[in-house]
Design a protein around this ligand. Sequence first.
Ligand code: CU
Length: 383
Amino acid sequence: MRRSAWFRLVTVVALIPLLAAACGEDDEEADEETTEETEAGEEAEEEAFDGVTLTASDYEFDAPEEIHASTVKVRGVNDGAVAHEFALVKLGDQTSKEFFEQLDTLFASFESGETAPMPDAAFNGAVGVSTVQPGGDPLESEISMSEGNWLLFCTLTDEETEGADEGEGGGGGDGEEPAGRAQEEEEDEGGEEEGGEEEAGLPPHYQLGMFKELTVTGDAEPSPPSGDATVTVVDYSFEGLDDLKAGTQTVVGLNSPDSEQVHHIVVTDFGEGKTDEEAETQFGECLALFFGGGEEEEGGGGGADDSAGRAQEEEEEQQEEGGPDCDNPDVGEIPLVSPGYGVTFDLSLESGHSYVFACFIPDREGGPPHAIAHDMFKAITIA
Ligand SMILES: [Cu+2]
C-alpha cells in the first residue's frame, strides 16, 4: 500500500476501495531484496547516490539544511518502524505553524464532508516522494524545487503502515480481500461519525514533530525533471499518455505552468481486454458508486454513513450482476504538485492493459475532487 495522506488528503474515505493499492508480490519481493541489500551494502549505496537523501525515522527527518536546486535528485529512506512520506512545500510568506494550522483545518474538514481550502503553501511549490514502508526500498525521484524556504513533512498516521490495519495486505486481485477492506473502511467511517474511538485518535506524524525546514538556493523558477516520458497535467486533463510504453519507465509527472490548480496523479490498472472508452466508463461507474453523485449532501452526520453503506451494497449487487469491478490496483502515483513543478516516478505497464490516470485533489477553494468535479481522468491502453 503506497497511498499517502498528503496525496489522499482530499480523497474521500469512501473512495479508498477504488484506490486499493497494489502491494502485490512484486513489491513484497522487492522489499525483501532491499532489506538484504540494505543490510549488506548500505554504506556503498549511499556513497553511490549523488543526490539528496531524506531520511525518516519515528518521528523526525534527517535532511540537509540547505539544498541547491532547480531540479534535484532525492532519495527517501525510511529507518523507522512505521510508514513515512516525504512531502515538500515552499512556505513563502507562511510560517510552518500557519501552514500546519491550514492543514489541520483541511483534515478536519473531511470529517464534515465539506472540504476546506487547500493550504496556501501548496500553490507556492509542492513536490515530494511517496510513502516508504518500514524496511522498504528507498524511493528515488528527481524533483523540481526553487529558491526559498521549504518544509519537509509527513502527514501519515501509524495506520498507514502495511499490516497495521489489513493483515497481509495482499492486493493480488482476488475478490475477497478488497471486500473486507471496504467493510473495514465503512466501519471506520461509522466509528468516526459516532464519536471516533479508534483512528480518530491517531495523529498525523507532523503533529508529532515530524517536519523540518530547508533552505533551497538556486533559481527562482523550477525546472522540469527529465525521464523516459512526460505526463503533463493541466487544469483539468492529462497530456502525453501516448508516449507511455509497456515495461518499466521513468515518467515525469509535470503540472503545467499554465495550471492554476495543484494536481496529483494516481494510476490504476484496469486489466486486459478493454478499450480506453470501456476503462473510462468503468472508472466513471466506480466514481458514481462511491460518491453516489451526492457528495454535497454527505455532510450531515449519518448521511455519509448511510451513503457509504449504500454504496457498498450497490457495489456488491452490481458485482453479482456483472456491474463495475472497482477493485483495481493502484500501480503508480505522484504527490501533490503545484503549477510549474514536476517529479519523476517509476511506472511498470503491461502490454494489453488499460490504465486510468486520475486526480483526486480539489480546487484551491475546496470542493469535490477533480475526478468528480471536472472529470479529470483519462485511460490509455498499452500496445
Ligand atoms: Cu487535479
